[in-house]
Design a protein around this ligand. Sequence first.
Ligand SMILES: Cc1cc2nc3c(=O)[nH]c(=O)nc-3n(C[C@H](O)[C@H](O)[C@H](O)COP(=O)(O)O)c2cc1C
Length: 342
Amino acid sequence: MGRWEEDHGAASAEGAVARIIVASQASIRQSVYQEMEKIRASAVKHNEPAGIATALLHQSGWFVQWKEGPAPALQDIMARVAGDSRHFDLRIVHRSRGPRLLSGPWSMAIVQCSETPAQMEQRIRRLKQQVDEGLQFSPAATWRRLSTPMIHAGAMRQHDPDAFQRVLVCAAAGMGSFELVRWLGECNKVEVVHRRFAGATERDVGTDYVDFEQDERVWRVIAMARHGLHLPLTRAFIPDYSHVVLLLSIDAERNAQLVERVLRAYEFVEHPPALIGVASRDDMHAVPAAMARRHRLPYLAAVADSRLPQETWAEVQPLLMHWQQAANSSLMSGAGRTRFAQ
Ligand SMILES: Cc1cc2nc3c(=O)[nH]c(=O)nc-3n(C[C@H](O)[C@H](O)[C@H](O)COP(=O)(O)O)c2cc1C
C-alpha cells in the first residue's frame, strides 16, 4: 500500500472530505499538453502534502478540475488556482462532502473532439442550472456530463438519460479492447470517442468509447489500456460499470496479471462490477475464475476467440443483459457513500 493509500485510502481513519468540481475557460498559448505537464509538476508538489487530489480535464477550450481533500487545504489551493492567468471565468458545478473517490493526488485527461468552446459552455450552463434547481449529481456523474455526455437519441428517451449501461473492456495482451470498440462503432454507424489519461508520473494512456442502442438498451462500451487501470480517474469510475470484460490471451501469466490489475483497481469499491472473461477454451478460465472467487467476485465465462470482435460480442452481450438498471443511475444516493467501503 502506498503512502497516499495509507493516509487517505478507504481503510484509513480519514472521514468525509470536501469535493468540488470547477469548470473554467482556458487561456493558454502553448501546447495544451505542455501546459498540463507544468500544472501537474506544481500540483504533485503541493497537493500530496496537503492531502488534495485533483483530476484535471482539458476539452474544447475549457478546463474542468475535480478536487477533493480537507476543506481548509482545498480552500487554500482553490484560492491560488483561482488567480492563475491560464484560465478565467471559473464556475463551480459541484460541491459536496463525502468519501474520497479519487485514489491519488493527480490525474489528467485531454479530450480532442469537434465540439466548440461555445457548445461546451452550453453544457456547463445547463448542468449548473439543473444543480441550482436542486438536482444532485455525484462527482463522477458531473464529470461524465461535462467530459463524455451521453447524447445518443435512445438515452434521451429514457426517464433518467444517465441510466445507460456502461461496460469496461480490457485486454490481457494486444489491442483487442480497442478493436472491439472500433467494430461496435462501425456496426452501429456511430463515432468512436478517443481520450488520453495520465497520472502523477507515468506516460499517458489511451481510452476509447462508443455509445449505441441494441436490444432496446443504450450502451457505452469503453476500451481501457491495461496500464491505465490504476489511474485515479479510471478507478473513480469503476463503480459506474455493470461489468468489466477481460479479453484473455493464450498467455496464462498475462491473464493473471490483468486480473491482478483489475482486483487492485477494485480495492475499496463496495459493489464492484462483475467480471466477464473471454477465452477461446473453457480451461483458460480456471485461474481467473479462482482469483475472482477468492475476492468473492462474480465471474462469468464466455468462450470465444477474444481477438475476434464479432464472435466476442455475440458471446458477451447476452451475459451483459443480466443487469439492474437502477444500479447505474447518475443521481447521488444519500451521501454518495453507499457504493464505497468507508
Ligand atoms: C485549471 C488549473 C488547475 C490547477 N490545479 C492545481 C492543483 O491542483 N494544485 C496545484 O498546486 N496547482 C494547481 N494549478 C496551478 C496553480 O494555479 C499554480 O500555478 C501553482 O500551484 C503554483 O505553484 P508553483 O509556483 O510552486 O509551481 C492549477 C492551475 C490551473 C490553471
